[in-house]
Ligand binder design. Structure first.
Ligand code: SAM
Length: 258
């Protein structure tokens, strides 16, 4: 079902009345859905700030690794406010189609508002779908390529999400999975921890979102290493899976071919 949204008010972050010092454990899908709804108003600006704009480069790399071509029908899972979907639509052009799915209504509202502010014709063929990555509402073998940016780490049942992506991809097509790298290098993980503790969380606390961004650290610790991601993709049925470290090893991208 395509979502039709009115323009949301994105003027300023929605502030909660008081800052909380207790870190609420984020354990289940419902917690995560609420978390992504809460951070939606500031998510894009904070991404630019924390990565000094580099997330845009990594997302371009992820899209290019997906092997997307003009005229393709492609899927972006966990689309958030739409960065990867917009990049994909530039690749598929006006003869292609982008389906972008997320379970956060607020992220989707921002994505739809961004779409209506843009004049590029190709952006018109993005359809926003509210749905769950572990239960994709599409037929088997419907997509020529898929992406998922900073999404898989946040999904409780990652194997199911991988199975779902495998199911909806056409044979021979690829999924490109961009996320933080759960590095096996203690230097890399110390740098990630330091950046989260001393840059990300203090800035996020200015928006009363300290807990939400503190979750980043535990989510990386609970994520999979590049080797584990390759292994999971193989177990699910992808016949080639290759993990690339990018961003000085702080980020990683798995490319899996069905
Ligand atoms: C960190 S954001 C990434 C957004 C976007 N892909 C980007 O790279 O900017 C993660 C997104 O995944 C979505 N998400 C997490 N778990 C999900 C699930 N099970 N089904 C659908 N969306 C999910 C969240 O709502 C959120 O918008």
């Amino acid at each position: 079902m395509a979502l039709q949204f009115a323009f949301p008010s994105t003027a300023g972050a929605r502030r909660r009345p008081e800052s909380r010092s207790i870190i609420r454990p984020v354990r289940c899908a419902d917690d995560r859905q609420a978390l992504f709804n809460r951070i939606a108003p500031v998510y894009d600006n904070l991404n630019d700030l924390f990565s000094l704009g580099m997330h845009r480069v990594w997302k371009r790399m992820a899209v290019s690794w997906s092997g997307v071509k003009e005229g393709d029908t492609v899927l972006d899972v966990c689309c958030g406010s739409g960065d990867l979907a917009f990049l994909l639509s530039e690749k598929v052009g006006i003869s292609g189609k982008v389906i972008a799915l997320d379970f956060s209504k607020e992220q989707l509202q921002i994505a739809a508002a961004r779409q209506s502010e843009q004049s590029k014709a190709c952006y018109k063929n993005i359809e926003w779908i509210e749905g769950d990555a572990v239960n994709l509402p599409f037929s088997r073998s419907s997509f020529d390529a898929a992406t998922i940016g900073y999404g898989l780490r946040n999904i409780v049942d990652r194997r199911k999400a991988m199975e779902e992506m495998y199911k909806v991809l056409k044979p021979g097509s690829k999924v490109s999975i961009l996320d933080f790298n759960k590095s096996t290098s203690s230097l890399n993980s110390s740098v990630q921890d330091w950046m989260i503790d001393y840059i990300v969380v203090p800035i996020a606390s200015g928006y009363t979102l300290a807990d939400e961004y503190q979750y980043l650290k535990s989510s990386i610790k609970e994520y999979l290493t590049g080797k584990e991601l390759e292994q999971l993709a193989g177990e699910v049925g992808f016949y080639v899976a290759k993990f690339y470290e990018i961003g000085a090893g702080l980020m990683g991208n798995l490319v899996a071919t069905r």
